[in-house]
Ligand binder design. Structure first.
Ligand code: SAH
Ligand code: SF4
Length: 364
């Protein structure tokens, strides 16, 4: 289903998917309706997946009209869809203010069949990103704005509807730093994991962060905390400050303390994401430190091959970043293993449709 003219929606009305279950309940109560109406609407939105208020036939016509008067239904539209030869599908969404974000659908097929066995959707939490990591296409855009809860939730609903497939896993690894949009991201997690709709278990959601200690601790106290992936990319403060200069006031030790706190509270293992850059963070000493870091709490190191972002015309330090050749990435993984760390090398999806985050949106 394709929505047209999303940018012509009136800005005065709210979007229904910005509301938590309790807020929907309050809305109905204020309009002299009983609480079971909130349950009906909630299930129609997230379990039956209605595509408009008109489709919500469990509610009487006068209530459907009232909802249409008070709320917009979708907060973004599919603007472009690109298919990769490896099966992944990249969605470009247009927001009501004309900005763009993207999400990537990654299917796994049943053996010798075209039936999708399970699918992961990588979603965005911001348009652009203020952290401006030197290696990241989204970072080169700077911050445009946080996404609303509805814009986060609608990426999943629209991609699932378009692909005619359930989404079994959600990863916050698209555009933006989710922990710097904590309020809206936390609310979307509550919607995804709400027991009424039995949409997703919290263990099927992973939030990837560059490491904002106070918000890592907040996530640990969320009613349904999700899995944590930490984008580490360096084993010393000196190197990290070079590749992520915006965070130079946050020492690695503060991040590790927050990660330890997260593990103590949630008992969920951590993933450390690490892009090996030739000659910068891929030495034997790095492998040894990584193994040591990964033993502090149950965790694994996921080595991510660097996706080229030369089309963003990087300058200065960013221009000189070179990927460690893939055979050497595997050697690096072996060293980490030999030092006692648990490590995997990430399969890259969608390289022919620009896999690095932010690329499609940037080209708009
Ligand atoms: N802001 C969050 C989540 C979005 S980025 C974070 O940084 O974790 C998701 C992942 O993509 C991060 O691990 C990030 O380091 C990685 N990434 C960014 N640019 C990349 C590139 N050019 N090549 C490979 N991975 C990249
Ligand atoms: Fe932002 Fe993550 Fe990209 Fe860094 S890697 S600029 S935190 S989206």
């Amino acid at each position: 289903m394709l929505i047209k003219d999303i940018d012509k929606l009136q800005s005065t009305k709210n979007f229904i998917k910005n509301l938590s279950y309790d807020e929907i309940k309050d809305y109905f109560n204020k309009n002299d309706q009983q609480t079971f109406r909130a349950d009906q609407l909630y299930l129609d939105l997230y379990s039956r997946r209605c595509n408009s208020f008109d489709e919500i036939l469990t509610l009487p016509k006068n209530l459907r009209d009232k909802l249409t008067e008070d709320f917009h239904f979708y907060s973004l539209e599919i603007n472009n869809v690109r298919y990769s030869s490896d099966g992944s599908v990249k969605f470009l969404f247009k927001l009501t203010d004309g900005n763009y974000v993207e999400a990537v659908f990654m299917p796994w097929y049943e053996a010798d069949s075209e039936t999708i066995e399970r699918a992961t959707l990588c979603i965005s939490s911001m348009a652009g990103c203020p952290v401006k990591c030197t290696f990241c296409a989204t970072g080169s855009m700077g911050k445009i704005r946080n996404l609303t809860t509805a814009e986060i939730v609608d990426q999943v609903l629209l991609a699932s509807d378009y692909m005619k497939s359930d989404i079994n896993n959600i990863v916050f690894m698209g555009m933006g730093e989710p922990l710097l949009n904590y309020h809206n991201v936390a609310k979307s997690i509550s919607i995804f994991t709400d027991s009424r709709s039995s949409w997703l278990s919290r263990r099927k959601i992973t939030l990837s962060t560059v490491g904002i200690p106070v918000k890592i601790k907040a996530l640990a106290s969320h009613p349904t905390p999700v899995k944590l992936a930490l984008s580490l990319h360096a084993t010393t403060n000196d190197v990290r400050n070079q590749i992520i200069p915006v965070l130079k006031n946050i020492p690695l030790e503060d991040i590790f303390s927050a990660v330890e706190y997260f593990y103590r509270k949630t008992k969920m293992p951590i993933t450390y994401e690490y892009i090996p850059f030739a000659g910068l963070n891929d030495t034997l000493a790095d492998a040894k430190r990584l193994a040591k870091i990964s033993r502090r709490v149950p965790s694994r190191v996921n080595l991510i091959p660097y996706n080229d972002i030369s089309f963003t015309n990087p300058q200065g330090f960013a221009k000189d970043l070179k990927p460690t050749p893939i055979e050497e990435v595997h050697d690096f993984a072996k060293h980490i293993r030999d030092f006692g760390g648990w490590v995997t090398v990430r399969d890259t999806f969608g390289q022919d449709i620009e896999a690095a985050c932010g690329q499609l949106a940037l080209s708009q």
